[in-house]
Design a protein around this ligand. Structure first.
Ligand code: G3P
Ligand code: MG
Length: 242
């Protein structure tokens, strides 16, 4: 068993399993993360909400699409959320369960999706660091840049990914102000000029969500540092062909 997840700095083109391998398994479930690792992903991505002191792994702010529950995630008790079926009879996982499952076999990109997640995630990671996990086995990302600012005030070592879904002025400068390691871009934003500028600024560039061969090939041409994908096998097939 590896004692350290593959280091982001040493992966030329990263295949990051988006919500696990959610093209093939219920998203953000333990089976989806296990499948992503089985398919060869060196890193996986997941989304977290912070409810009553617990970090739960789910993407939407409502339950309807991915579970048999109803209503807003933040309005529910942990007991109710944990009683739901998130696909194939699985519970909505806690972040702790995912870290235990991964067990250093992959790096973990925790996307801070819900409100007030940064501090709780840092606290959990710190507790795992006392058990032999390294800061660089995690990447913390968010569209809510104030959460990343909060993380940085609490921890100067953890790698940060500044998420951008829409075009914005001074994107690279904003990421630099956050002391980010990477910019994580929506596919439409992945243009050569921006990618080159980010690289010149010392930032890595990861792009979501890249699922079809044409887009994968384009990202390789653009020299991005990795992609989030629902179909990890497609990335490895294509990389093997170039
Ligand atoms: O972190 C990359 C990607 O997951 C961001 O968008 O909506 O899939 O969480 P979303
Ligand atoms: Mg996400």
């Amino acid at each position: 068993m590896a004692s350290h997840a593959p280091n982001l700095d040493q992966i030329a083109f990263n295949c990051i399993g988006h919500r696990g391998a959610c093209g093939y398994a219920p998203e953000n479930t333990l089976s989806s993360f296990e499948l992503a690792i089985a398919m060869g992903c060196p890193w996986i991505e997941l989304d977290v909400y912070h409810i009553d002191g617990e970090l739960l792994v789910i993407h939407d702010d409502t339950l309807d699409r991915t579970t048999n529950g109803r209503g807003y995630v933040m309005d529910q008790s942990v007991a109710y959320l944990r009683s739901l079926d998130a696909g194939d009879g699985q519970q909505i996982p806690t972040l702790t369960e995912v870290i235990e499952l991964i067990d250093h076999r992959a790096g973990i990109n925790v996307e801070l999706k819900g409100p007030d997640t940064g501090e709780a995630v840092v606290s959990l990671i710190h507790s795992y660091q006392t058990m032999g996990w390294h800061a660089d086995e995690f990447l913390l990302s968010s569209f809510q840049h104030q959460e990343l600012e909060r993380v940085r005030t609490l921890d100067q070592e953890l790698k940060l990914g500044a998420l951008f879904g829409r075009a914005t002025d001074n994107l690279v400068e904003k990421a630099q102000q956050l002391d980010a390691y990477a910019i994580n871009l929506g596919k439409r934003l992945a243009q050569k000029q921006l990618i080159d500028k980010a690289h010149e600024a010392g930032l890595r560039v990861f792009v979501y969500t890249v699922n079809v061969a044409e887009d994968i090939a384009q990202m390789l041409r653009l020299n991005v540092d990795g992609v989030f994908t629902n179909y990890p096998d497609r990335i490895f097939t294509l990389i093997g062909e170039v």
